[in-house]
Design a protein around this ligand. Structure first.
Ligand SMILES: CC(C)(COP(=O)(O)OP(=O)(O)OC[C@H]1O[C@@H](n2cnc3c(N)ncnc32)[C@H](O)[C@@H]1OP(=O)(O)O)[C@@H](O)C(=O)NCCC(=O)NCCS
Length: 146
């Protein structure tokens, strides 16, 4: 399995992390897209640099059949390593209040909660519900690169 940069954005996979194709189209232009390839594309993340020392993982997704085997963690570690090489000192990620597994994963990778954007998901065209929880607010987490 290799992780490499691409400009062939795997939209189908990106849509599994963010149902807004408009938002995806905006941030893929601003950032770099990395894919995990194991004969086919099995994972993706988008890293956007906001300032010289601050970056954000805007989207991360693993192909459904490949989940739960450590690939998500590997992609995050890859993003943190690349951010470090770019001189970034803080990497942020945002997820929904209902995304319990994602909140667990990010905290296991060393991210800490740094804020909440109330109502961020309220204007999405279709309501998002996970584990019976309505997704309305974005939980912001940050990782301090040492
Ligand atoms: C989120 C996603 C990228 C994770 O990828 P993955 O390959 O399944 O993740 P991993 O196997 O590397 O890690 C999952 C970790 O979360 C942990 N985890 C998951 N649910 C958990 C829970 N409810 N409580 C505690 N830990 C939990 C697992 O135990 C594992 O940690 P471990 O390795 O220490 O055991 C993947 O599920 C996905 O593509 N989801 C759909 C898209 C998405 O939601 N993207 C993020 C949008 S914010």
């Amino acid at each position: 399995m290799i992780i490499e940069e691409t400009e062939n954005y795997p939209y189908e996979l990106l849509l599994e992390a963010d149902p807004s194709i408009h938002k995806i189209r905006e941030y893929v232009q601003k950032g770099k897209c990395f894919i995990a390839v194991d004969q086919e594309v099995v994972g993706v993340y988008i890293l956007v640099t906001h300032t010289s020392n601050k970056a954000e993982i805007m989207n991360i997704a693993v192909k459904e059949e490949e989940r739960g085997r450590g690939l998500g963690k590997q992609l995050i570690q890859d993003a943190l390593q690349r951010a470090k090489e770019m001189g970034v000192t803080s990497v942020e990620i945002g997820t929904g209040n209902s995304s319990i597994a994602q909140l667990a994963l990010y905290q296991k990778c060393g991210f800490r909660i740094c804020g909440i954007v109330q109502g961020f998901f309220d204007d999405y065209p279709e309501p998002i519900v996970e584990d019976g929880i309505r997704c309305r607010d974005m939980i912001r987490l940050s990782y301090q690169v040492s």
